[in-house]
Design a protein around this ligand. Sequence first.
Ligand SMILES: [Zn+2]
Length: 279
Amino acid sequence: MALSFQLKAQNELERMGRSNIPLPSGPETSCPNCHRTLKIRTLEENAHTCTCGHHFRMPARRRIAFLTDSDSFFELFAEVEANDPLAFPTYPDKLRKARSTGERESVITGYAKIHGQECCLFVMEPGFMMGSLGSGTGEKITRLFELATEKRLPVVGVTVSGGARMQEGLVSLMQMAKISGAVARHGKAGLLYLVLLSDPTTGGVTASFAMEGDIILAEPGATVGFAGARVIEQTTKEPLPVGFQTAESMLEHGFVDAIVERKRMKKTIGALLKLHKRI
Ligand SMILES: [Zn+2]
């Protein structure tokens, strides 16, 4: 029963990751909220947001360029990448396809300055297997927290994920505990961890490091949840409230500290880092 629920949940999350507002490609796209046709260039100039307020998903490197001070980002642990510990059928093909994005894993980690404030930064990549949590992802984020603890730096993380990477089975699930251990040691050292939930943040990532921030911000309209809404409805056989698993409902129920529009994000994170700076 538990396994069947888990598999259903995984399928739901994969479906959600694929069908929910894809990353725009080509010269034009349409806004899923106001249905306006938007030029990709205009969208990029507006930090991947529509004038109606809809926030599109943002590729990790673009997010880093948008969030950090010019030329301040220094990538770390780029050599760590996914492998295939279970020799899972079709996984090598999926990895090959994911790597056509130019990334080796579903997260980019490094050192950066945000509004002049030093931090260790991780940003998940929606184009790489929907930011799923593989062993390489877990290793990179863990190393980043360990480095931040050693150097006494805050960590800023941007999450976007369909959850655990089922092709790595238990090895993927153990990343949740591994990262959580590193987050706890960083916290015990009195250091700040600020997390930004972007669309979608779900599954094992929500069940671990996405919800362990000292400060948790979210982008407007982002889906934030564990199992998919349809799976929950089918299991509980009860209708779910309107706005279930949105950033707005997470704020209302105390899981999120603030919803911040992307155009104010850099300034907000910079101010929070400055406010919590160790003297
Ligand atoms: Zn729109």
